[in-house]
Structure formats: C-alpha cells, structure tokens
Design a protein around this ligand. Structure first.
Ligand SMILES: *[C@@H]1O[C@H](CO)[C@@H](O)[C@H](O)[C@H]1NC(C)=O
Ligand SMILES: *[C@@H]1O[C@H](CO)[C@@H](O)[C@H](O)[C@H]1NC(C)=O
Ligand SMILES: *[C@@H]1O[C@H](CO)[C@@H](O)[C@H](O)[C@H]1NC(C)=O
Ligand SMILES: *[C@@H]1O[C@H](CO)[C@@H](O)[C@H](O)[C@H]1NC(C)=O
Ligand SMILES: *[C@@H]1O[C@H](CO)[C@@H](O)[C@H](O)[C@H]1NC(C)=O
Ligand SMILES: *[C@@H]1O[C@H](CO)[C@@H](O)[C@H](O)[C@H]1NC(C)=O
Length: 293
C-alpha cells in the first residue's frame, strides 16, 4: 500500500469515528450510553423504604422494537445478572432474587420486594433492540428507614460553683433508622453544650442504626428542650425549672394539712359529744329537783 493510500484510509477511519460520535451525542434524551461501550454515568437515583418494594424502570428512548431487558447488580466492579428476558423468553433468574423480583415486559421494569439495606447500591439496566443497538442506564438505589420517636432524658444536678443554676445531662436516642443520622437539639445553643458522647450502633442483621447522644448543658433559666433524629422529633421537656416548691412537696403539704384538719375535726367532735353527754347527765340529775326557771 502506498503512503498516500494509507493516509486516505486513516482519514476515512477518522471521519467514520467522528460521525459515530456525533450520532451518539445526538441520540435524544439518552441518559446512558448507546451502542456497545461498557460504562455509563449514574443517571437515575431511586429510593426504597426498608421492607417495602421498589420498581426499577428502564428508560428506552428509541422507538425501535425491544428484544430484551437485563437488570444487573454492580458489585465489586462485577456485573451480576438479576432478572430479565430476551426475545420473549424469561432469563434464568438469579436464585438470590428468585422470590422477590418480577419483570414487566411491557413496562420494561422490574419490581423488587422486601428491600433490605444490603440492596442499596448501583444497578444497570440494559435494553436490547431488534437492531444491534442497546441502551444502558445506571440506577442508584438508596434505602431509607424511619427512626422511632426519639426518647429524651434529663438528669439535672445543682451546680456547685456557687451559682443558682443547674448542670443537666441530656440524652436523646432513637432506633431502627437508616441511613445513620445525627441528633439535633431544639431550644439549646449548640456552642454552650459540652461533653458530647455518641453511642451509635448498627444492628448486625438489619443494618439499621440506633442513635444515642448524651450532652451536658448548664443553665440558670427554665428552657424547653426537644431533640430530633432525622425526621423524628421527641416530646419537649423543661430543664432548669424555677427554684420553687415542687409539685410533690406541695401535694405532700396538702396531704399533711388535710390529715391534721381531719384529726382536729375528730378531736373537736369527740369533745363536743362528751360535753353534751355530761350535760345531758347533769340535766337528768338536776332535772328532778330544779324546776324550770
Ligand atoms: C443522584 O445522587 C447523587 C448524590 O448521591 C447526585 O450527585 C446526583 O446528581 C443525583 N442524580 C440525579 C439525576 O438526581
Ligand atoms: C423461593 O420460594 C420457593 C417456594 O416458595 C422456595 O422453595 C425456595 O426455597 C425459595 N427460594 C429462595 C432463594 O428463598
Ligand atoms: C424480608 O427479608 C428479610 C431479610 O432481609 C427476611 O428475614 C424476611 O423473612 C423477608 N420477608 C418476607 C415477607 O419475605
Ligand atoms: C443513651 O446513653 C446514655 C449514656 O450511656 C444512657 O444513660 C441512656 O439510657 C441511653 N438511652 C437509651 C434510650 O438507651
Ligand atoms: C450561643 O452562645 C454563644 C456563646 O455563649 C453566644 O455568643 C451566641 O450569641 C449564642 N447564640 C444564640 C443564637 O443565642
Ligand atoms: C450479631 O452480634 C451478636 C452479638 O452482638 C453475635 O452473637 C451474632 O453472631 C452477630 N450476628 C452476625 C450475623 O454477625
């Protein structure tokens, strides 16, 4: 081959490459990549609630007839087939997903039931067309689980620095949520908190989190406090309540007063009775001799 001819050949290849690239970029609305190239960017985020089901909907922007659909899990850089069909035949389903996935050929979608935290991650949808084309879309599945209503606890002691204030240890805790979350204290100035102590645990079976944070807060005035973990909010408690008789002391005083009053009443009644009895006796004794005045 002469040098000139080879040059021409190269130029022809370049032209073909440019044309292909142009065609690829021009494909309308294609979020994944078309053609046979392997990798595509994360195109879709979907969210599932722990224990519920989720539907992976595979986009198909071509109007060409569809030949097949593969849904794969991307795990450690490997592609693991989950479920799908090809030319009207169902594909052998991955046994791990056998009982909880179902493909809808018309909708180009797959339902996955009973979602667990370990289902979180990257998936790939491949739609095959009757031509040699295929369309790949990456789907990122995120799993969420709601936290229980947080429990808020206080343990306050009088400060021994001579002031009238209290030093309160507050703890906030909720269970069963995902992903891991943090505690927000409502009503407290975070720059005045001290002694943060976090004790967060992941359940080793369900992989959900138990969040528990304890803080120290000093105050002189009554403050209403609640705490929030993700979307869950605790009820409100009051710390550093005014130095006054507590309700318990007041109730105790009322009870004692009532008791004293009762005894007094009994004593008075007894006295009266005895006096009227003596008087009646006296009346009987005197009545015979002394005529009515
Ligand atoms: C999907 O979520 C990631 C963050 O996790 C974000 O960067 C990306 O923009 C999201 N994609 C879409 C299409 O919303
Ligand atoms: C799926 O369900 C069938 C029948 O209900 C059962 O025999 C099989 O063990 C299940 N497979 C898995 C992987 O759970
Ligand atoms: C859902 O999955 C969990 C494990 O992830 C399993 O223990 C439970 O039995 C499943 N429930 C149903 C209804 O399949
Ligand atoms: C959170 O941790 C603190 C300190 O360890 C503990 O006193 C408190 O009982 C815990 N709260 C719950 C709800 O477990
Ligand atoms: C929080 O406390 C700091 C230090 O005491 C103070 O400078 C700041 O103004 C307080 N912020 C609010 C919103 O009260
Ligand atoms: C979960 O933790 C408990 C103790 O904390 C342990 O006995 C058990 O084997 C663990 N289970 C798994 C699946 O790792």
């Amino acid at each position: 081959m002469s040098l000139q001819l080879r040059c021409l050949d190269n130029r022809r290849y370049s032209l073909a490459l440019v044309l292909t690239l142009l065609l690829l970029t021009a494909t309308p609305g294609t979020s994944g990549t078309s053609g046979t190239s392997g990798h595509s960017d994360v195109a879709m985020n979907i969210t599932a609630v722990l224990g519920h089901s989720v539907t992976f909907k595979c986009p198909s922007t071509h109007s060409k007839p569809v030949n097949g659909l593969y849904i794969q899990r991307m795990k450690n850089d490997k592609e693991v087939f989950i479920n799908g069909f090809y030319k009207g035949h169902p594909m052998p389903v991955n046994s791990e997903y056998q009982n909880r996935t179902k493909v809808n050929e018309m909708e180009l979608s797959m339902e996955m039931r009973n979602i667990s935290v370990s289902d979180e991650g990257l998936y790939k949808c491949v739609v095959f067309y009757s031509t040699l084309d295929k369309m790949e879309t990456m789907i990122n599945l995120k799993v969420t689980a709601e936290y229980s209503v947080p429990t808020i606890k206080k343990d306050c002691i009088k400060r021994n620095d001579g002031s009238t204030g209290e030093s309160c240890q507050l703890s906030c805790s909720a269970v069963g949520g995902y992903p891991q979350s943090t505690v927000t204290w409502v009503g407290l100035n975070s720059s005045e908190m001290s002694g943060f102590y976090n004790r967060n645990l992941a359940d080793n079976v369900s992989e959900t989190w138990t969040i528990n944070q304890t803080i120290i807060f000093n105050c002189d005035q009554p403050i209403s406090v609640s705490c929030a973990i993700a979307d869950a909010v605790s009820y409100t408690i009051t710390i550093c309540e005014k130095e006054s008789f507590s309700l318990q002391v007041i109730i105790a005083i009322i009870v004692v007063l009532a008791f004293v009053l009762l005894i007094l009443v009994i004593i008075v009644m007894k006295c009266c009775c005895r006096r009227s009895e003596t008087r009646r006796l006296e009346d009987q004794v005197d009545g015979a001799d002394i005529p009515l005045a």
